[in-house]
Design a protein around this ligand. Sequence first.
Ligand code: SAM
Length: 352
Amino acid sequence: MSALTQSLSRVRYAAAQGARVAWYLSQYRLARRLSGPFTPPGEREFQPKSPPGSPGRIRAAFLDLFAQDRLNIEAGLYPAPRDVDPAKLTQAIANSRRFFDDLPKVDARRLARNGVEVRQSNEVAGRYPAYYLQNFHYQTGGWLTPESAKLYDTQVEILFGGAADAMRRIAIGSLARAIRGKDQRSLRLLDVACGNGRFLAQTLEAFPRLKVTGVDLSPAYVEEAKRRLAEASHAELVVGEAEKLPFEDASFDAVTCIYLFHELPPKVRKAVAREIARVVKPGGVAVLADSLQTGDSVDLDRMLEYFPVGFHEPFYSSYLNEDLGALFGAAGLEQDEVRLAFLTKVMRFRKT
Ligand SMILES: C[S@@+](CC[C@H](N)C(=O)[O-])C[C@H]1O[C@@H](n2cnc3c(N)ncnc32)[C@H](O)[C@@H]1O
């Protein structure tokens, strides 16, 4: 790449990501203003153990995420994102409207501290494990409705100030370093808890010929993922439990799992780690991306502590102290890479 081409791509990257961050951060600020002071029951009694982080160092961690993302693009690990596109503005505005229409319902649940509204529906009783039947983040419909599956990406981007996709891409970088140079057509990748397919879509941008499978417990999210990946004829999407993966032993070269573990009770985390280890081939990798944990980045510890107070996250506090290296080690996987990406930690494990 010539110096001029590189400078131009850097300017393009900065302009696109800057616009994206401004778009989502402004919605975050508006949502905070509309929701009024964040004083749900519980928050008033919030007595943090961690000192507040330095605003300068929090900003630096945010900017470092985009610096890592840009370096990964320049290293050819994945292409520059193409989602900042004037042709997509109408869709972005529609998503934003949907978010603000839903916000009062989220706030009502937050103020009432009602994180299990989803259990009131008779349709779901007995069909899902109890830990799953929750309105995580107080979201409307929990994981179970088509509306929730459509709204999810916008909610997450607004919550993370436009950084969510970039944080997921750091996991693609880790995967790319492991499979680079191999014939992607011969590799099978499984994304556990694939949700509405956003991460798989990003992965296919980087590895269009990889044979990918996504599994998630939510039929509504799997449907949305099927819609999103309709053009990828070699993508398979199935409904299933992460703790009982419907796949043969040693059937995948790589397994990814993005933002699942913080939403699982400790016992289930152990079972899912075992299942991931079971389905990876010897020599294969598992890439996990999830929330930072206590002590990973001291300036962000206070934000981590606050998260389960402001949002319904019943298993998050125990997740913060889970030793993931030991958890996967006990399941037979060895940790071989860690990257911190703002509020996300990407860990790669290998099966020897
Ligand atoms: C926070 S979302 C993450 C989705 C996606 N990986 C992403 O990056 O946006 C958590 C997802 O985990 C799924 N999930 C939760 N528990 C599960 C389980 N036991 N088995 C399979 N999927 C599960 C939910 O349905 C939801 O789609």
